[in-house]
Write a protein that binds this ligand. Structure first.
Ligand code: ADP
Length: 575
């Protein structure tokens, strides 16, 4: 509400201060009279001394002197002004002094307008020179705002016109109530002192075709506080007359148009925040605010149209704040959802692990028993060859099942929270050689040649059991997925920071679509189900163990040509 108050038309003073020099109508002239002009005369005539400069309460009637006014008006009228407005109120008691016909002719000249004491007809005291049809009188009432500043004009069709309107407007054109005065700045009108007129010290056509405003110089009771400071009464009315003549009262934007503008601004703002990122929106909002303010200033300066600034800016700020609130809400919602999903996934994973572990543990004992029974059966001597092969097959299946269960249990173990790796200082080449010894028989059975090229290396820290698992898995896979008479190359090298192991085979290769998936738990090559046996856990564990050491593993493979696994382990271990 406080912000909106800034848009009230009575707080527009700062705009006056901001704008540059303004034009004024050149058909207005001022006549300024001073209390001292009258003191002298009184002094001479009545010998009564009034110290004018000390007196704050000199009323308009103080300035009445039949001769002076007669001469003054006569001199002005001689030059054919359009009108002469007397902004002092001389009530009819003043006219008690005898007026001869010459005086009357001057005072009641139809070009002269006299100020009355009130705009309301009931309260009216007529000026002494009022014509019967009252067309030569006008009010000089002011509408002061709470701070004593006059910004607007009192208008009412039932009242008398004001003195500026009376003297410059031909047909009474009724402005809407309370037009806002467009002050032009102080001392903008041509002005002349009463003494100069009386002494005929005026240029010949000073008043010709002019609207003349006569008033007292700036003294306490004849000054008016305006947004541009204190100005004398006749200058004030000259400002109003200028507004009438150039039609430059400050106009308020019609409410309907203004509401439409605000609405468009709102739609635009909503469009911006829904289509652009936060930072761009903020930038556009700021530009909009600056543009709106500049536009408002420009219309005020050029067309005297008042377009509020504070409420549109408040609107933008409001939309922005609401938008931020909405964003925060959305982020919180997304966060909650994510947390919920994570919890759900975690629970699911736990459920699955529990289930798998339960089943695996329960299967371990029966399998072991089956294996024992088979072993016993095979060792019998009097078996027919058929039974012999059946039992050997049974043994193979039982062993496979056992391996499968073992690897599941291994995965469960390494994934459990209390699984720790036991690092020790060792040589990775040693691990490889050890694995080769273990896998040699398997390789031989397929006539696969394994070639080692191991660079001598520094000892590094790693978990020997896990790394043996890794290398074993990779070598076993290389043998498993390579046809008879194939080759396997194992190389090791080191850089300043890493130890690199590469295991290449000339096997069947891995299809591109399989390459990304085979690292996952229980995932095997697409067409391996029919060809080979396996759990799909090997590579998952390989990657898992290497990453536990802070290392990396990648693969390059081409179908029919072979596969290379490249792994790296950091020399400086992080833990
Ligand atoms: P498994 O060997 O038990 O299937 P792995 O996780 O060890 O499980 O391997 C996953 C899949 O990756 C295999 O099923 C296979 O298709 C593919 N694979 C792994 N190593 C090789 C290799 N050296 N050559 C070709 N394919 C491979």
């Amino acid at each position: 509400m406080i912000i909106l108050k800034f848009d009230e038309i009575d707080t527009y003073d700062f705009r006056f201060k901001l704008r540059g020099p303004q034009m004024t109508s050149d058909s207005i002239a001022l006549v300024t009279i001073k209390p001292s002009d009258f003191v002298k005369i009184f002094d001479l005539k009545t010998n009564s001394l009034i110290n004018v400069n000390e007196s704050n309460e000199i009323s308009d009637s103080f300035f009445w002197d039949q001769t002076i006014w007669h001469d003054l008006l006569k001199n002005i009228l001689k030059q054919n002004p359009k009108s002469v407005a007397v902004t002092l109120f001389f009530g009819d008691n003043i006219g008690q002094t005898r007026l001869n016909s010459d005086d009357l002719a001057v005072f009641k000249d139809e070009r002269i307008f006299w100020a009355t004491n009130s705009r309301e007809l009931e309260k009216l005291s007529l000026p002494f020179a009022t014509r019967p049809e009252r067309t030569n009188i006008a009010h000089i009432d002011l509408l002061r705002d709470d701070d004593g500043v006059v910004r607007r004009l009192l208008m009412n069709p039932n009242y008398l016109p004001n003195i500026a309107e009376r003297s410059v407007v031909k047909k009474t054109s009724r402005l809407r109530n309370l037009p806002v005065i467009n002050f032009r700045g102080s001392e903008k009108f041509a002005s002349i002192d009463l003494q100069d007129i009386l002494k005929n010290k005026i240029s010949e056509n000073f008043f010709a075709n002019k609207f003349v405003f006569i008033g007292i110089e700036k003294t306490v009771n004849s000054q008016i506080l305006t947004p541009q400071g204190l100005i004398p009464r006749h200058e004030f009315w000259a400002n109003v007359a200028d507004n009438y003549l150039a039609n430059r009262f400050i106009k308020k934007m019609p409410t309907l148009i203004y509401v439409c503008m605000l609405l468009s601004l709102m739609i635009l703002a909503v469009f911006i925040i829904t289509h652009y990122t936060q930072i761009i929106s903020l930038f556009i909002f700021l530009s909009l605010a600056v543009l709106w303010s500049a536009f408002s200033m420009w219309t005020f300066d050029t067309y005297y149209i008042w377009i509020p600034i504070a409420s549109p800016l408040a609107l933008l700020v409001l939309i922005w704040v609401m938008y931020l609130g909405y964003q925060a809400l959305r982020i919180e919602q997304a966060h909650n959802k994510l947390q919920q999903e994570q919890r759900y996934i975690f629970e699911l994973e736990q459920l699955k692990n529990n289930f798998v572990s339960l089943i695996s543990h329960d299967l371990k004992t029966p399998i072991a028993k089956i294996q024992a029974v088979i072993d016993r059966l095979i060792s019998q001597e009097n078996l027919t060859p058929n039974l012999q092969t059946d039992f050997s097959n049974l043994k193979i299946y039982a062993d496979e099942l056992n391996r499968y269960i073992q690897s599941i249990l291994k995965v469960l173990r390494v994934e459990s929270k209390d699984f720790k790796i036991n690092k020790e200082t060792a040589d990775i080449n040693g691990v490889i050689e050890n694995v080769i010894v273990r896998t040699e028989p398997l390789a031989k059975s397929k006539s696969i040649r394994i070639e080692l090229k191991l660079e001598p290396m520094f000892l590094i820290e790693f978990d020997v059991t896990l790394m043996t698992e890794v290398i074993l898995n990779l070598v076993e896979n290389a043998i498993k997925y390579t046809n008879e008479n194939g080759q396997i190359f194992i190389n090791t090298t080191e850089t300043d920071t890493e130890v690199l192991v590469s295991i290449r085979d000339t096997g069947e290769g891995i299809s591109p679509e399989d390459q990304t998936h085979i690292w996952k738990k229980f995932v095997r090559g697409k067409n391996q189900e029919l060809k080979t046996k396996g759990s799909g856990l090997g590579l998952y564990l390989v990657k898992y163990f290497i990453e536990l050491h802070g290392g990396k593993i990648t693969l390059k493979s081409e179908l029919g040509k072979g596969t290379t696994f490249d792994m790296s382990l950091p020399i400086e271990s992080e833990t």
